[in-house]
Design a protein. Sequence first.
Length: 125
Amino acid sequence: MDEKSLIQQWNKMRVQIIQAQVAPALVLIAITVLSSLHIFHEAPNSAKYLALGVAAATGILATISQYAAVREGEALIVDLRKITGRSAIADKIADSRGLLSLSAIAIVGLDIAIFALVVWAVLGK
C-alpha cells in the first residue's frame, strides 16, 4: 500500500473505534438515568440481570471491535514506517505506537472499571 492508502485506512480505524463506543455509551446513559431515578431498587432481579447482561454484551463487543482496530493500527504503523520520504502526518502516525498501546490498555481497564460501577449501580441498595 502507498502512504495515502495507509493514512486513509488509519482514519477508517479511528472512526471504527469511535463508532464502537456509541452503543455502550447509550446503554450507560440509560443505566445512569434509571439508577439515578432509583428504578433498579424497586425492579425485579430479572430486570436487573437483563440490564447487566445488555451492558456486558455491548461493552464486550465494543471492546473486541476497538481492540481489533488497535491491533490493525499497529500493523499499519509497521507498514507506514517502511515507506521512505513520508509526509509529516505519516511520520506522526508512524510514531503513534506508544499511544496505541496505551489505548489498548485504557480500553480494557476502563471497561472493567465502568462495568464494576454499573454492577454497583444496578445491584446496590
